[in-house]
Design a protein around this ligand. Structure first.
Ligand SMILES: CC[C@@H](C(=O)O)C(=O)SCCNC(=O)CCNC(=O)[C@H](O)C(C)(C)COP(=O)(O)OP(=O)(O)OC[C@H]1O[C@@H](n2cnc3c(N)ncnc32)[C@H](O)[C@@H]1OP(=O)(O)O
Ligand SMILES: [Co+2]
Length: 134
């Protein structure tokens, strides 16, 4: 069911500082900020030869990452995104297996313009999983 790792996401308290650190300290190629109010985050992507790193900061008062940053004020690894060919089939298989699909189960359009869903971290070894249909 799982394809490539599309991205690994790091929640950060300040996106500009984090992006600059990747550019100057790590010599990385970092995209410009993308505000995604429907997700409650602003993101940049660090482009790598084999995958991406998504740096994200809260956007708006109801950001889903606010509680995470309250617990991890310096930031930290937030989620891993796996690619799937058919997100509805993946969702239904996971629900059948007893996994909690977050939200109402309807995929949202993610940062790459593709449908995404999230799976509860408590069902996957303490790791928040995002699925992106490619
Ligand atoms: C940019 C768009 C898109 C893309 O295209 O890439 C994105 O990536 S958007 C990214 C932001 N959106 C989301 O994260 C949506 C899914 N997340 C959620 O629905 C919530 O964050 C959550 C996972 C349900 C947690 O909600 P929260 O308000 O933090 O609830 P709790 O504080 O009660 O947490 C419950 C429990 O889970 C632990 N937790 C929370 N977040 C994570 C995490 N990222 N990784 C691992 N564990 C996490 C939290 O510590 C609690 O555990 P206990 O304290 O042991 O109960
Ligand atoms: Co993501």
């Amino acid at each position: 069911m799982l394809g490539r790792v599309n991205h690994v996401a790091i929640a950060v308290p300040d996106l500009a500082t984090a992006a600059e650190s990747y550019r100057t300290m790590l010599g990385a190629n970092v995209t410009e900020p993308q505000a995604l109010p429907e997700h409650g985050v602003t993101v940049v992507f660090v482009t790598l030869p084999n995958t991406k790193v998504e740096l994200l900061e809260p956007l708006g008062a109801a950001s889903p990452i606010a509680a995470f940053l309250a617990k991890n004020p310096a930031g930290g690894m937030h989620h891993i995104c796996y690619e799937v060919a058919d997100i509805i089939a993946a969702r239904d298989r996971l629900k059948e297996a007893g996994a909690r699909v977050l939200g109402d189960g309807t995929p949202k359009i993610g940062a790459h313009g593709k449908p995404v869903l999230f799976l509860h971290p408590k069902d996957f070894q303490g790791t928040l999983i995002e699925l992106e249909e490619v």
